[in-house]
Design a protein around this ligand. Structure first.
Ligand SMILES: Cc1cc2nc3c(=O)[nH]c(=O)nc-3n(C[C@H](O)[C@H](O)[C@H](O)COP(=O)(O)O)c2cc1C
Ligand SMILES: [Mn+2]
Length: 469
């Protein structure tokens, strides 16, 4: 059996990572808040068995959204992601396999049968414009090469057959949409909802342009993605998804979209006159599970889906800076509001090396990192308390901090100035970046380095539990 959302949910439930809510939940009233609490208070994915106003539907939130759960899906521990994923990437893409039909075609609704209001698309946060889909991956095709691209986007519910589309400027979907716009042609699109966590990880990975992300979902899972043809679009769609929404994005048309509560915890950035799509077909499993990926901060989903690829891409970039870096770990700090603070753990080999590493961290395929912090090999980069201690005791601000002005910033980071008119698409922000060296002096200066040796309580090898017996 191919791995899919159902096999993934079984895996995480067997490991105590999923709670089920049997009481009636209202997708327009409290699903968002309950999902949020499931993640924040319980640290678990939430499965909703009974949805008010949507008979027959069930939904799941935050399924893929934790290091523990993603690790289960990839068969490693939460501390092994970087080596595990680097090894998988080296294997290269796994070609998809076309099959005549699959579970996602059990129900097919085309044309007038399409009614998005029948799907439990939920209202996620108080400042949102209304219901949004967050858990559907967009498949499009480059009209010049025929290669498909996959990325994850927010989609505002705008009518029974209409959805908003918000694209990061310069990302692959924007580049491809511009090609269709230049030709004056509508862009076919298929939104795929509800699949194994590895599909979501692949869809949010920043691969080079021209890579079909689902061929890496196949590599991550060690089995090819099975595909079926769209009903109304010429696209290859995963056969084992829960729901698929097909349609097209008209060229040159814009419409008000947003506000929507983003990974930063704010709702205003990104709202404006954005493109949209007309829906031409919905296909799904008969007892489809709606993938209610939740927005807002703390958005564990975004943190894990943005963070893991970023950590691996940054590792590959930083490891060779200046010839060699004794890199120990890289962590996109999960509680920091979505990918804007990155901690690099290393043993500094020579004076000046840490500055080079911080610069590389701040200029990579990812524009999200705004604050890069380097810590030494005796600091746990996953522990915010350790990071704060290192900042407070190893940083002389006048010497150990640098700021680079006039750099590109993530367009949803409202703290950075917009250089395009407010509410227009694309919206571009130009801000600044900061590097902080919180490491000890390099190993070339052993005496100065030894000055910062940590002094722990004497007798730490004794376990207090043994003394309480
Ligand atoms: C939860 C989540 C929501 C996202 N929403 C959007 C979105 O609305 N628009 C967008 O352009 N990118 C969004 N992204 C980021 C893209 O999915 C990501 O940058 C992807 O790699 C882009 O694909 P590309 O590499 O083919 O350009 C989101 C990412 C996550 C994790
Ligand atoms: Mn891409």
């Amino acid at each position: 059996m191919p791995q899919d959302l159902r096999s993934f949910l079984k895996l995480i439930e067997n490991n105590g990572e999923l709670v089920r809510i049997h009481r009636e939940v209202d997708p327009q009233g409290n699903l968002g808040g309950l999902a949020w609490q499931g993640e924040n208070k319980l640290g678990k994915a939430t499965f909703f068995e009974n949805l008010k106003g949507y008979p027959g539907w069930r939904a799941v939130s935050y399924a893929e959204a934790s290091r523990r759960r993603m690790a289960l899906g990839l068969g490693c521990t939460p501390r092994e992601f970087i080596p595990k994923l680097r090894g998988l990437l080296e294997k290269g893409p796994t070609p998809k396999v076309a099959i005549p039909t699959g579970p996602v075609k059990e129900v097919v609704q085309v044309g007038d049968e399409v009614d998005l209001y029948k799907l439990p698309i939920h209202t996620m946060a108080v400042l949102d414009a209304g219901p949004y889909m967050g858990g559907h991956m967009a498949i499009i095709k480059d009209p010049e090469t025929g290669i498909q691209n996959v990325s994850l986007h927010r989609h505002q519910l705008k009518g029974k057959n209409k959805l908003g589309v918000m694209m990061h400027p310069g990302r692959h979907m924007h580049m491809i949409y511009q090609k269709y716009e230049k030709m004056g042609k509508p862009m076919p699109i298929a939104l795929v909802g509800g699949h194994h966590a590895a599909y979501y990880l692949a869809s949010t990975w920043t691969f080079p342009f021209g890579v079909d992300e689902f061929e890496y979902a196949g590599t991550f899972l060690g089995e090819p993605v099975r595909t079926v043809k769209g009903e109304t679009v010429d696209l290859d769609i995963p056969a084992d998804a829960e729901t698929v929404i097909e349609g097209f994005m008209p060229p040159g048309e814009r419409e008000m979209e947003g506000p929507f509560t983003e990974h930063t915890g704010y709702a205003r950035a990104g709202a404006g006159h954005n493109p949209f799509m007309w829906v031409t077909a919905i296909t799904r499993r008969r007892d489809a599970i709606y993938y209610a990926l939740q927005g807002g901060r703390p958005i564990a989903s975004s943190q894990i889906l943005d963070a893991l690829p970023m950590e691996v891409v940054l590792w590959n970039r930083i490891k060779d800076v200046g010839g060699f870096v004794d890199l120990k770990d890289i962590v996109v700090v999960p509680c920091a509001g979505g990918a804007h603070i990155v901690v690099v753990q290393l043993t500094p080999q020579i004076q000046g090396q840490v500055t080079d590493v911080l610069m590389a961290t701040l200029s990579s395929p990812y524009i999200h990192p705004k604050i890069a912090i380097a810590v030494d090999d005796d600091i746990d980069p996953h522990d915010v308390k350790e990071i704060m201690w290192s900042l407070s005791t190893r940083v002389n601000p006048a010497e150990d901090i640098f700021i680079v002005p006039h750099t590109r910033g993530q367009h949803l980071d409202a703290s950075l100035p917009l250089v395009t008119p407010p509410g227009t698409f694309p919206d571009i922000r130009v801000g600044s970046k900061m590097g902080i060296d919180a490491t000890k002096p390099a190993i070339t200066e052993p005496e100065r380095r030894a000055y910062f040796e940590r002094s722990f309580g004497k007798g730490m090898e004794f376990n207090i539990d043994d003394f309480l017996k």
